[in-house]
Write a protein that binds this ligand. Structure first.
Ligand code: FES
Length: 111
């Protein structure tokens, strides 16, 4: 299994979940109740699945496509290590991956 840690934006809470190779990071997070909207269901048209990847892990992910980079430019609270979780599929090398949920994506839930 591949362990993934989802942290809250302020780092106050973290939950460890387990996925299998080929699992999609957005769907894995949603299945465990993480506040990732993923409105467009992986079509790279919404950026509400945005997560901030821990710096240690960012370079180990397959690079983002140009389309993903364009969407990240529009994502609320994007940082240098931001990625769209719908574009990340788990592989064995990602065991231990740690990502944070941006504060803005939480706030949107109450709107
Ligand atoms: Fe919409 Fe990822 S779910 S861009």
């Amino acid at each position: 299994m591949i362990k993934v840690t989802f942290r809250s934006s302020d780092g106050a809470t973290a939950s460890d979940v387990e996925g299998a190779p080929g699992d999609n990071l957005l769907r894995l997070g949603q299945a465990h109740g993480e506040p990732l909207e993923g409105t467009c269901e992986g079509q790279m048209a919404c950026s509400t699945c945005h997560v901030i990847v821990d710096a240690d892990w960012f370079d180990r992910l397959p690079p983002a496509s140009e389309e993903e980079e364009d969407m990240l430019d529009l994502a609320a609270g994007a940082r240098r290590t931001s990625r769209l979780s719908c574009q990340i599929d788990l592989i064995d090398d990602l065991d231990g991956l740690t990502v944070s949920i941006p504060a803005e994506s939480r706030n949107m839930q109450g709107v």
